[in-house]
Structures are given as structure tokens and as C-alpha cells.
Write a protein that binds this ligand. Sequence first.
Ligand code: TXA
Ligand code: MG
Length: 330
Amino acid sequence: MILDGRSPSAIGEAARALARGALVGFPTETVYGLGADAASDEAVAGIFRAKGRPSDHPLIVHVSDAEGARRFAADIPPVAQRLMDAFWPGPLTLILPRRPEVAQAAAGGHPSIGLRCPAHPVARALLQACARLDPPLSGLAAPSANRFGRVSATTAAHVESEFGAGLLVLDGGACEVGIESAIVDCTRGVPVLLRPGVLTRAQIEATCGERLRDPQELAQPAPRASGTLESHYAPQAKVRLMDGKSLQAALDVLGRDAAGIAVWARTGLRTASPGLLLRPMPDDAAQAARELFAVLREFDAQGVRLIWIETPPDAPEWAGVQDRLRRAAA
Ligand code: TXA
Ligand code: MG
């Protein structure tokens, strides 16, 4: 059931459902989340069941402010504090040492916890309504609202198509960012970028005051987690990434027979195939991020077999889109 997220009564209803242990789909500025009371291991188990996600893959806990983060984090190192001050509320998740007594299931049993303070007004209203309940819920565990390994949801209708009409979903419109938050692990002594998002590496490093490490540089590997698996964000159709020239060559070979093929590309391609499903990739990285998951879903809905995507430019602002496309194609 989709409810208007701007309606205070819908927010109230969603908060009460969460308190009863139910799941609720809600918008954030990045992608929609599938939320549950982070303190309830039973409610959180419902997320893993609904998504079909392995239960040792940790979830992100959403809090309404830095104060909320302190209920879950055992320690907030100075670099994490600076990142929170600079980017919260916003599309940045921090991995911090977890208070051992909280959110065991949400953390997938790991000694750390992923925390994020979303900026979307509907997410904020929901978190605030949860905090006003008696007893209060202090955080919402919420992975992206898609089945395990599949394309993330950026509209309420996407969420409903993943989990059915039985799920309460708050509608907050199409997500403005469109790809998931950047994740910085602050438990390693040095900050590590586990997942790129729309914040660029340079923006994050300027606040950290030091270089962001990559997971491959760590002696101890990061825990296996969904967003970092080789294959993820995958539509039903097979995805292939190609540079503009190879894409043009492939289209030339096709001739008129393009049934079952879709293309997302920036350059002006020539095609002799009237049936080709061709969508323009925006030149602007932020706009491309906004459209990415909806385009993949549209192609799937059209029942295509193959999706050919032009490799995005090798520029820092495209890192988040690059990362999602590489995994969609893996
Ligand atoms: O933008 C987002 O981050 C969205 C919205 C809903 O907030 N959420 C999201 O959640 O993308 P999810 O579960 O699809 O991805 C969470 C990722 C995991 O796959 C993992 O990579 C990382 O966060 N993560 C969470 N907790 C972690 C931990 N304790 N240690 C290492 N990685 C963790
Ligand atoms: Mg996800």
C-alpha cells in the first residue's frame, strides 16, 4: 500500500507499524529503504527474509542526527565527527565501532555498525515520529528496498513492484541522488572508501584531511557485504559496458534486427534498427545517477535480453555511476 509521505497521518501510521515490528518502505535522497526497528532483532530478521539477503550482510542504521548515532556507536573518532559535521544529513554512511549491546542483527553480527543520517524530508519526518513514540525507536535499519542482488528502487512504485502491495510504502517522489550513499569505514585507523556515491573522493578527503584508502589496501579485508559484491545491482537482462566506438560498431553489425536489445548511451549513435530501445545517458554525472536505476528497470519491464551501456567518462564525479554499472555488468 502506497501512502503519501507528506501526510502527517501517513507518517504516524508508518511509525506505529514499525513499532509493531512491521517493515516500511520509505524514501531517502539516495534510494528507497526497506526499514525496520533497528533495536528489534525480530523485525530486522524480517528485512533479511523479505530481501532474500544473507543474514551476515550488515544493514545501515538510519538516525535523525549525530546524537542518534551515539546510541549505536561505541566511539566516534575525530575523522568521523568531521565527516558527520560536514555531510550529515546527506548521502554518506559511516562505519563505526558498535556498542556491543545494540543492533546485533542489523549489524549482521559484526562488531561495527553502518550509520547514516538521511536528508530526505519524509525520512526525517519518519525518524522524528519514531523518536517521539513511547517507547521511542532510536534508529531504522534499512537496506535499499530491492530484492538481494537486484536493482535499487528510486520510486515508491519500484518498491511496491519488489515486495508487493502488502508492504506499507511512504511515497516521497523520485529520489534526487539516485544511487546509494558513499560509505566510509572509520574503524581502521585510516578512513577507507567502501562504496563510492555522489560525494566525490576529493570532497570527502578535503574534510578528512587525509587520503581515503581503498578496501584492497587493507591488510584485514572488509566484511563481505552486499554493495561490495562483484555482481550486484543486476537487472534481469544481461548488461554489457562498451566505449562509444565499440557500441557504434556493435550497432552497425546489428542492422535492422535489434529485437530484445536496449542501449543507454551519451554519444549520438547511428542505428538502422527501428526497434532498438535507445535512451540517452545525460552528460551530467548527477543527472545520470538520478536516472540510472529507473532506466535499468524500464529496460527490464520491456523484457529486453541485452542492455548495452556506454562506459561513462573516467572522471571523479562519475565514480559512483561507474561502480554501479561495473557491478550490474559483472
Ligand atoms: O543510500 C543508502 O545507503 C541506502 C539508503 C536506503 O540509505 N541504503 C543502502 O543499504 O544502500 P544497503 O543495505 O543496500 O547497503 C548497505 C551496505 C552493505 O552492503 C555494506 O556494503 C555496507 O553498507 N555496510 C553496512 N554496515 C557495514 C559494516 N558494519 N561494515 C562494513 N560495511 C557495512
Ligand atoms: Mg543495496
